[in-house]
Design a protein around this ligand. Structure first.
Ligand code: SF4
Ligand code: SF4
Length: 165
């Protein structure tokens, strides 16, 4: 399924961008503030922006689950070769309170653990009962690769708040 971001630019607010020294949940200074949205430096945007695509853009879920409509971005984080989780970045305080959001997250969490990065720095795991034994590895993995990938390169995802490192 081929999708495009359209007028969504949720990840430009919700995720950190190390090249721009942009923290999570701070709107990027290059976001175009109009209904169409978009990036004001599109041709010169940082590598981490070029390489990023959210789970919805990769063709998952329904059309109405586009991040700006549902209020949170879901992104994959490869913690280890054999352990991938999702990270949810809610962009609105009430985004995770709707029945639609709860249903979607709980369904997905039956398949793959989800770590919610709340804007106040709190983290919350959604994980199936039979996967709870993975929690210590997930915690270590999140800490170990908070800002550095397997090649020692800084990455866009996930940038963890100072207090959590
Ligand atoms: S959150 Fe997903 S759909 Fe929205 S702009 Fe980012 S990559 Fe595109
Ligand atoms: S540089 Fe462009 S693509 Fe990257 S976060 Fe900012 S607005 Fe988004």
């Amino acid at each position: 399924m081929t999708r495009s971001c359209g007028s969504c630019s949720e990840c430009c607010s919700a995720l950190g961008v190390h090249e721009l020294n942009k923290e999570m949940f701070v709107p990027c200074r290059y976001q175009i503030q109009s209904e169409q949205g978009g990036c004001g430096v599109y041709d010169k945007r940082p590598t981490s922006c070029r390489e990023f695509s959210c789970v919805w853009l990769d063709g998952n879920f329904e059309e109405q689950h586009r991040p700006d409509r549902i209020g949170f971005v879901l992104a994959t984080a490869d913690l280890y070769e054999d352990l991938v989780i999702l990270i949810a970045y809610p962009s609105r305080p009430d985004a995770l309170q709707t029945e639609e959001s709860k249903t979607l997250l709980n369904l997905v969490a039956q398949q793959i653990p989800i770590c919610i990065f709340h804007p106040n720095g709190r983290r919350q795991m959604l994980i199936a009962e039979d996967q709870r034994h993975l929690l210590p590895r997930i915690q270590l993995g999140l800490e170990a690769r908070a800002v550095v990938d397997e090649n020692g390169e800084l990455r866009r995802l996930p940038l963890v708040p100072e207090a959590d490192r």
